[in-house]
Design a protein around this ligand. Sequence first.
Ligand code: 6R9
Length: 664
Amino acid sequence: MAPETPGQGPSGANQSQETLSNLLQETRRFAPPEELAASANVTAAAYDEAAEDRLAFWERAAERLTWAKRWDTTLEWNPPFAKWFLGGQLNVAYNCVDRHVEAGRGDKVAYYWEGEPEGDTRTLTYADLQREVNKAANALQELGVGKGDRVAIYMPMIPELPIAMLACARIGAIHSVVFGGFSATALKSRIDDADAKLVITADGGFRRGAPSALKPTVDEAVAECPGVEHVLVVRRTGQDVAVTPKDIWWHDLVDKQSDVHAAVPHDAEDPLYILYTSGTTGKPKGILHTTGGYLTQVAWTHHAVFDLKPETDIYWCTADIGWVTGHSYIVYGPLANGATSVIYEGTPDTPHRGRFWEIVQKYKVTICYTAPTAIRTFMKWGDDIPAKYDMSSLRVLGSVGEPINPEAYVWYREHIGGNRCPVVDTWWQTETGAIMISPLPGVTATKPGAAMRPLPGIVADVVDDTGASVPNGGGGFLVVREPWPSMLRTIWGDDQRYIDTYWSRFEGMYFPGDGAKRDEDGDLWLLGRVDDVMLVSGHNISTTEVESALVSHPKVAEAAVVGATDPVTGQAIVAFTILRGSAEESDDIAAELRNHVAKTLGPIAKPRQILVVPELPKTRSGKIMRRLLRDVAENRSLGDVTTLTDSSVMKLISEKLPTAKPED
Ligand code: 6R9
């Protein structure tokens, strides 16, 4: 999620000329396992090849796909508007499904689906998936959905979700998946903005041990969306649903369709999907992704970053398909590569806190891709839980969504990966479509907490306020200097907002809104959103580094840090911490933690105030919402809380405040 007006957020406005302070010293290194390096899909040569001829490198990546017609022009670049593989034609669903069946791999499992209720499972082979996608594509056409039409999808994590997405891709309809946790208002605004004519949903899904309804939310939204002609409803939970004249049951319409459907090729630059990402204010941005470049980069990065061996790996990405991570690394990337994946419907603590590791053990998962917020939660729950399961099948671990604190990284490596699996910290965004900065598991000696280097073919940099590259050891703003195949093409219906949001802060460079530092070796560390950067006594300090220092204390599981107005220092650091399961809250914990930060990062980073809290406010995709904590720290009434997972969290945190007096 990039900022609305880059560099002009609360602290962006008063950002000093000084670049981000580079405080954290981390000396641990983890070399790639020898065996993995020896047979890695991608070796160090890829960096040289891409540096020598970037476009030729991406052409070779595009050749991993099956094209109905080869492109004429690899890149047409009218900054900031890019067109990749122009003149080329392909069908995404054909690439993700049919070509594997045609190659004799129809019996290979595409998805092991694990419902939240125990024992509720489904297995779909590539041949099964082909039949289901074809039936769904025929059904959409029967409903009058055609190329270029928008389809809103609001579903739980059930197989019909990727099937619906692939059916849209097959016929050239543009899907807009809206995360199933969003409200009727959020759904309505997304349906309206994209002018969707069809909504695909379900009666509900299972969450935290109970059916959780979706259909009433759709009914509420669609009542105010006259442009929606039909609502296609999957029966998942069997809950009672109100039936409106627009409703059609999936089983009534889709089941009776022919399982044969001819996939017509689409232009490389035809839209594939819109995915909304929230701005800090105003209406959400409809990020537009297109066909050929997007599939090229998601497929190549999935092959390279996870070292995917389709014949032997069992791959599991724990994200929700409603976020970009699910789009790119549950649906399009893995399927384009012919992978076998696990999809899990529910929450990690249902029916018990070992559910994830039970799934790893059951399916012998070899590659696991999850988020720092989940890892920190598992740390809090305790080491004994993963220790109960056999996870010796794992060989590569990935992280995405937020900066991963070095301690969380090391915990993940040790307690989940048995100290044998490389951990790849992957930086990217809804807007970038695919992974941009990440170690390669067979090449990179990783540093805990660092995303390391731009992938081959990606030209990213860290610049100062004026757009000049910072030297090694410096910090500043992350930028991307050259177009990449899976980049967003625009914001749906709003080219000007696309230009203003991403291409106006620095001339000729894409600005994602994140701060970063480049260490003495030239490796990159992501430092969080620049809107969150604190300005303390004239020094720009990143929230991420202070949070990581706190999490490196054995008693701390999670921390969120904000800058609050201070009469003396301009801004002062206020920290909210969650203790580990085994740690007791004591009177002197605040002093202990303040001293620990001072020792780790230096006195400048010592928090003015430390509060122990039971929970932190998070977005529905698990990112900490520091904006709300800033409101608390500055005794303001809370801003917009609609994207919060659990609004009672803020009450719990506010209650903590009066007792916590600012310390010296
Ligand atoms: C894929 C995804 C994008 C924002 C991004 C950044 C943060 C994601 C990160 C990371 C540090 C990583 N982010 N991965 N920060 N290290 N490995 O999360 O997309 O939901 O659009 O969020 O998430 O701040 O700008 P999205």
